[in-house]
Ligand binder design. Structure first.
Ligand code: DX5
Ligand code: ZN
Length: 224
């Protein structure tokens, strides 16, 4: 039996009231907290560093899912584990030695994920799948919240799910970008385990209620 994991992305917060949004997530039925780290090089935008991430953990104790959109992520893995990251996901496109980086994350004491940009085929993670706790399929080009879901992600999720089942591996499939109540079911149907949702939750009129709606979708589908 599979259970949907919902990971609200704090990138969509009004940063003047970061603590309020973190407390809302803490008290909600959401499962994880998704934290987007951007360096202005791998992606055009700049977001949070390890210090603010550490402070976030104090306001929200949920499983911290840190998505590193930075070049040479090996430089910062220890810092983010120290900041409280439970899962660290690096981009395939940002690593020259992906296998080594995955080992480094595990040695530092966190779970390890690898993310694929929309142009990267799922076959590219084939040789590290056994070492992974999660594969993150980007359903927008990383860098900004509030973008439109790229539907080509659906066959990618299906292809990855098929491969994991064929090889009897239990890495989670996370999908990130443009996810809302309108497409959550299609993403879950394709084989996703973890849904990241930023603006569809935090920019909604009633974020707590939106989280509940997501959870209802997660509980009624054929993937359960
Ligand atoms: C995009 C980030 C996402 C972003 C998602 O680069 O990785 O996690 O916060 O935001 P929405 O859900 O608004 O597309
Ligand atoms: Zn993300």
């Amino acid at each position: 039996m599979r259970k949907m994991i919902l990971a609200p992305s704090i990138l969509a917060s009004d940063f003047l009231h970061l603590e309020k949004d973190l407390q809302m997530i803490e008290e909600s039925k959401a499962d994880w907290l998704h934290v987007d780290i951007m360096d202005g090089v791998f992606v055009p935008n700049i977001s949070f560093g390890p210090d603010i991430t550490k402070s976030m953990k104090k306001a929200c104790s949920k499983f911290m899912d840190v998505h590193l959109m930075i070049e040479k992520p090996e430089r910062y893995i220890d810092d983010f584990v120290d900041a409280g990251a439970d899962m660290i996901t690096v981009h395939l496109e940002a690593c020259n030695h992906l296998h080594r980086v995955i080992q480094q994350i595990h040695q530092a004491g966190a779970k390890a994920g690898v993310s694929l940009n929309p142009h990267s085929n799922v076959q590219l993670v084939e040789d590290v799948l056994e070492d992974l706790d999660m594969v993150l399929i980007m359903s927008v080009n990383p860098g900004f919240g509030g973008q439109k879901f790229i539907y080509q992600s659906i066959p990618k999720i299906k292809a990855l799910k098929k491969r994991l089942m064929e090889r009897n591996l239990d890495a989670l499939i996370e999908v990130d970008g443009g996810i809302g109540l309108h497409n959550a079911e299609a993403v879950l149907d394709a084989g996703a385990d973890v849904l990241v949702a930023g603006s569809s939750i935090l920019k909604s009129e009633n974020p707590l209620q939106t989280i509940e709606r997501f959870k209802e979708i997660g509980e009624r589908g054929s993937w359960v």
